[in-house]
Design a protein around this ligand. Structure first.
Ligand SMILES: NC(=O)c1ccc[n+]([C@@H]2O[C@H](COP(=O)([O-])OP(=O)(O)OC[C@H]3O[C@@H](n4cnc5c(N)ncnc54)[C@H](O)[C@@H]3O)[C@@H](O)[C@H]2O)c1
Length: 264
């Protein structure tokens, strides 16, 4: 047991049918928590739940709180806002793609917080764990909707932390770089270039989250090097942008080479 407070805690993990969410659900269950497993993919949610003797609460992460609260016996101690979509493209991506990214990557967190805060503020306790991304601290090559909405998710988590920390609410922002999941596998050339080389396992993210909770740390960086990139971006924005543009040009070269070779 890493965190004594998690024994018997009632924990919800959204997007836990696979990937990072499933690893978080398994890890919280191993700590003795009672876990509600949410995913839009109902079969995937049920599979993860069955594996760890948890309860499945399938559906959209945006409105999972009431059903999860009931399934956990009336209250929620920890909410992991983990479900996310890896929407790529730039301004040319259509409004529906931008709206989906905004809805899942930001608004599902806002709606969950809206449903959780009355109970948590009344009790003077609650923990909100937001799976953001290093894209929320930095950016993701080739994926403007993802980068913008992950910055939004980080901004919301920061706002929650500073607004409610004196009232017993703990907030964590988890910002990994590449993690070997279905989302990384679907991220194509950009993912192969910037995420895959340093990719870690979902279980490594779960370990970092447990350590971050034990240390009561807001910013959880499963890739410690992200701290240096984040500092460099803030201290020397021109230099950082020049460096990222170099990566963009490598990406364009690889895209062109793959096109020639008949690969996406
Ligand atoms: N894989 C990476 O490299 C990486 C890096 C940084 C951050 N992240 C973030 O980690 C989180 C988990 O991603 P993952 O890599 O495990 O991907 P994944 O695709 O394996 O898992 C995401 C899960 O979320 C579910 N989902 C999508 N929309 C949903 C909704 N509206 N309601 C409920 N469930 C929904 C999907 O069905 C899927 O099971 C995401 O927020 C992602 O942005 C991933």
């Amino acid at each position: 047991m890493v965190v004594e407070a998690l024994r018997d805690a009632r924990v919800v993990v959204t997007g836990a049918g696979g990937g990072i969410g499933a690893a978080l659900a398994r890890r919280f269950a191993a700590e003795g928590a009672r876990v509600a497993v949410n995913d839009l993919d109902a079969d995937a949610a049920r599979r993860t739940a069955a594996e760890i003797d948890a309860v499945a609460v399938p559906g959209d992460a945006s409105d999972v709180v009431p059903a999860a609260r009931t399934a956990l016996g009336g209250s929620i101690d920890v909410f992991c806002a983990n479900a996310g979509v890896g929407t790529g493209g730039g301004p040319e991506a259509d409004d529906a793609a931008w709206e989906l990214a905004w809805d899942v990557n930001v608004m599902s967190h806002v709606r969950a917080a809206r449903a959780l805060l009355p109970e948590w503020l009344d009790r003077g306790a609650g923990r909100f764990v937001s799976t953001v991304s290093a894209a929320g601290l930095l950016t993701m090559i080739g994926a403007a909707p993802y980068s913008v909405t992950k910055h939004g998710a980080l901004a919301f988590a920061e706002w929650m932390s500073l607004t409610y920390r004196h009232r017993g609410i703990h907030v964590h922002a988890v910002c990994p770089q590449g993690v070997r999941t279905a989302m990384l596998a679907a991220s194509g050339t950009a993912g192969d270039l910037v995420l895959a080389p340093d990719a870690i396992e979902p279980e490594d993210v779960a370990d970092a989250v447990l350590d971050g909770i034990a240390a009561e740390r807001f910013l959880i960086l499963p890739h410690p090097q992200a701290a240096g990139y984040y500092a460099a971006r803030a201290a020397e924005p021109e230099r950082w942008l020049r460096g990222m543009n170099k990566v963009q040009r490598q990406y364009e070269e690889q895209l062109a080479a793959r096109k020639e070779g008949g690969r996406a």
